[in-house]
Design a protein. Sequence first.
Length: 140
Amino acid sequence: MHQHHDWPLEDTADLFLAYADASAEVFLTWAESERRNRIEIIGTTGSLSVDGGRLERRDAQRRMLAEEELPSLTEGSHHPEWFDGVIREFLGEARGETPPGRNLAEATLCANLVDLAKESNRQGGQPLPVERLAGSRRRR
């Protein structure tokens, strides 16, 4: 989707992902005047929410259980604190120390979701099934 129609690029994605026992709504945009991150995860026993650097945990009745200030996700476009684990997992697979394929499976799922989102958009928002393929991209 294009928020800035005079730019020949995609700057916004609005997704709804549905699984048998869960769903997710994801809205991403690079077209706003300020950088901001909000996340909310709701489960059967409670929820977690992040707004900037504020983390809140609530029970199923939405009563506050805990709140904490964290480094804000908006402080930069990369997050070095995440990369240590990513690098360790990659090197573990490359060295044969951990079972192979996890990184490739995750990258494949991400590529499939991007492909499906674009195809769904071309079809006017038509829901499409997510296929989890190990090792190869979805073929049309």
